[in-house]
Design a protein around this ligand. Structure first.
Ligand code: NAD
Length: 502
C-alpha cells in the first residue's frame, strides 16, 4: 500500500470511529454530554462533509467545569505536588503526544484541513517541544530575596514567592488548534493552575484528545477540563466569577469583547490577537532567499497564520523581480486534500472563511489592486473550501486589503522608494504582531528592527518561533507575551512577604 493509500485508509477508520457517537465535554476527568443534550457538527474542510458530532457546551456546563477546576485547585494531589513531580507529569504528557503523533496529525488534518505531514512536523512536534520546555520550569520558577530599606531601621527579611493564578479559561482559535492549546495549557499546568480549555467550534477534536492524554499521564481529575462549543460558551467562561484568568488567542474583535466581559471580577487577561505583518525588502536583499521565505510566510497554513507576512514592501528597483519569484514559489505548491503526503497547501478551514477571503479579493479589485495570481477556487478540487495562493499587486496604503487582516493566502504587494516613508507605512497599522526585514546591510537591518512597532522582528528569516523567546503583539495585536519566563508570569501571582527579624 502506498503512503497515500495508507493515509486515506487510516482516515477512513478514524472517521468511522468519530462518527459512532457524539464526543463529550471533559469535566472533572470524565467525558460527559452537554447538560442541554445539544451537539454540533464539525466538518472536514477538504470534503465539506460532517466528521463528528461534538457536545455543545452552554452556561450550565461552564459552571460545572469551573466548579471542578476550583475543587481541583485545592486538591492536595495537585496543589502540593512537588516541582520535580510536576515536571515529570508534563514530560509524561509530551511522551504520550509523541506516541500518538500520527493520530493527532491525522485528526488535525481532517478537522482543520491542514496537510497531515506538515501538521505532524510543525504543529504536533511543536506541541511536544512546548510541553518539554515548560516541564523544565517548575523546578526553576521561584521568587527572590530583596534588599529592602525600612525607614525604622528594623531588620527585615523580604522575599517573594510565586503562586498559581488559579482557575484559567484558555480560549483558542482554529488555525493552529493543537499548538495554541499547548502554548497555554503547558505553562498554566507548570505554574500549578487548573484549566478549562475552550477550542474553536471549527476544530474541537485535538483539544479533547489532549485532555484525555493529560488524564492518562496522571493529571488529577478537574485540573484539565474542556468545554467544546461556540462563542457563547467562551463568553460564559469570561463572565464566570469562579475564573481567575482568561488567556485568549483569536481575533482582535473578540479580544475586545473579552476585555469588556472580564471586568466583573477583574480577571487577569492576556491576549494574542490579529496581525497584518509587513515584509520589508531592501534593494540589496538576497532575493532568492527572500522570495522563498515571503512565499512561505503568506502561503503556509493557507495564510491562516496570525503572523502571516501579508503586506509586502519591496523596493521599487527589485519589486517586479521579487514578485515574479514569489509567484513562482506559489505555482509550485501542491494543492489538495491534506491526507495526500505530497500536498503542502490544503483548503481553508470553512466556507465562511472562504467567503471572507474571496470578498477581500473583490474589495481589493474594486479599490484598484490587480490580481497577479490566484484569486479564487482552484479547478478540479471538488467540494472542499480550497482557495488559490493569491498576490494582489499595485496595492495602496489606504486600501482595506493593506489595513485589515484577511487571514487567508493573499499577499498585498506595495513598492517603496523613500526609506523614511517606508517606516511610516510599515507602522501605519492597528496591528503590531511581527515584521520581516530583508537586507544584507547590518546597519539598516538593526535601524529598521528598532523602528518597526512589532512584538517580533525577523531579519533575513520569517516565522521562527521558539518556546524560549517571548511571543506577542504591540498595539491591537494583544496584551502580554507567551513562551519563556513571561508565560510563567502570566499564570502566576507574585507575593511579597515581610518578616520582622528585629
Ligand atoms: P475568533 O476570535 O472568532 O475565535 C477564537 C475563539 O474565541 C473561539 O474558540 C471562539 O469560539 C471564541 N469566542 C468567540 N466569541 C467569543 C466571545 N464573545 N467570548 C469568548 N470567546 C469567544 O478567532 P478565529 O476566527 O477562531 O481565529 C482567527 C483569529 O485568531 C485571527 O484574527 C488571528 O490573527 C488570530 N490568531 C492570533 C494568534 C496570535 O498568537 N496572535 C494566533 C492564532 C490566531
Amino acid at each position: 500500500m502506498s503512503d497515500r493509500d495508507a493515509m486515506f485508509a487510516a482516515a477512513e477508520q478514524l472517521g468511522s470511529a468519530l462518527a459512532r457517537q457524539p464526543l463529550g465535554l471533559i469535566i472533572d476527568g470524565k467525558s460527559v454530554p452537554a447538560l442541554s443534550g445539544k451537539s454540533f457538527a464539525t466538518v472536514n474542510p477538504a470534503t465539506g462533509l460532517e466528521l463528528a458530532q461534538v457536545a455543545e457546551g452552554g452556561v450550565a456546563d461552564v459552571d460545572a467545569a469551573v466548579q471542578a477546576a476550583r475543587k481541583a485547585l485545592g486538591n492536595p494531589a495537585w496543589r502540593d505536588m512537588s516541582a520535580v513531580d510536576r515536571s515529570k507529569l508534563l514530560n509524561r504528557l509530551a511522551d504520550l503526544i509523541e506516541r500518538d503523533a500520527d493520530e493527532l496529525a491525522l485528526l488535525e488534518c481532517m478537522d482543520n484541513g491542514k496537510p497531515a505531514t506538515l501538521t505532524k512536523a510543525v504543529e504536533i512536534e511543536g506541541s511536544i517541544k512546548t510541553f518539554r520546555y515548560f516541564a523544565g520550569w517548575p523546578t526553576k520558577f521561584g521568587g527572590e530575596t530583596l534588599p529592602v530599606s525600612p525607614r525604622s531601621g528594623a531588620k527585615i527579611l523580604n522575599y517573594t514567592v510565586r503562586e498559581p493564578v488559579g482557575v484559567c479559561a484558555l480560549i483558542v482559535p482554529w488555525n493552529y488548534p493543537m499548538s495554541m492549546a499547548a502554548w497555554k495549557v503547558a505553562p498554566a499546568l507548570a505554574a500549578g493552575c487548573t484549566v478549562i480549555l475552550k477550542p474553536a467550534e471549527q476544530t474541537p477534536l485535538t483539544a479533547l484528545r489532549l485532555a484525555e492524554l493529560a488524564l492518562e499521564a496522571g493529571v488529577p481529575p478537574g485540573v484539565f477540563n474542556v468545554i467544546t462549543g461556540f462563542g457563547e460558551a467562551g463568553a460564559a467562561l469570561v463572565d464566570h466569577p469562579g475564573v481567575d484568568k482568561v488567556a485568549f488567542t483569536g481575533s482582535t474583535e473578540v479580544g475586545k469583547a473579552i476585555v469588556r466581559g472580564s471586568t466583573g471580577n477583574l480577571k487577569k487577561v492576556s491576549l494574542e490577537l490579529g496581525g497584518k505583518s509587513p515584509q520589508i525588502v531592501l534593494p540589496d536583499a538576497d532575493l532568492d532567499a527572500a522570495a522563498a521565505s515571503i512565499a512561505a510566510g503568506i502561503f503556509f497554513n493557507q495564510g491562516q497564520t496570525c503572523t502571516a507576512g501579508s503586506r509586502l514592501y519591496a523596493h521599487a528597483s527589485i519589486h517586479d523581480d521579487l514578485i515574479a519569484r514569489i509567484a513562482d514559489h506559489a505555482a509550485r505548491l501542491t494543492i489538495g486534500n491534506g491526507l495526500d503526503p505530497t500536498v503542502n497547501f490544503g483548503p481553508l478551514v470553512s466556507q465562511e472563511q472562504w467567503d471572507r477571503v474571496s470578498s477581500y479579493v473583490e474589495i481589493g479589485k474594486a479599490e484598484g489592486a490587480e490580481v497577479l495570481i490566484g484569486g479564487g477556487r482552484p479547478k478540479a478540487l471538488g467540494e472542499g473550501f480550497f482557495f488559490e495562493p493569491t498576490i494582489m499587486a499595485n496595492a495602496g496604503r489606504d486600501m482595506r486589503i493593506v489595513r485589515e487582516e484577511i487571514f487567508g493566502p493573499v499577499l498585498s504587494a506595495l513598492s517603496w522608494n523613500d526609506p523614511e516613508d517606508l517606516v511610516a507605512q510599515a507602522n501605519d497599522s492597528d496591528f503590531g504582531l511581527s515584521a520581516g526585514i530583508w537586507t544584507n546591510d547590518l546597519r539598516q537591518a538593526h535601524r529598521l528592527a528598532g523602528a518597526v512597532k512589532a512584538g517580533t522582528v525577523w531579519i533575513n528569516c520569517f516565522n521562527l518561533v521558539d518556546n524560549a523567546t517571548p511571543f506577542g503583539g504591540f498595539k491591537q495585536s494583544g496584551w502580554g507575551r507567551e513562551h519563556g519566563r513571561q508565560a510563567m508570569e502570566l499564570y502566576s501571582e507574585i507575593k511579597s512577604i515581610w518578616v520582622n527579624l528585629s
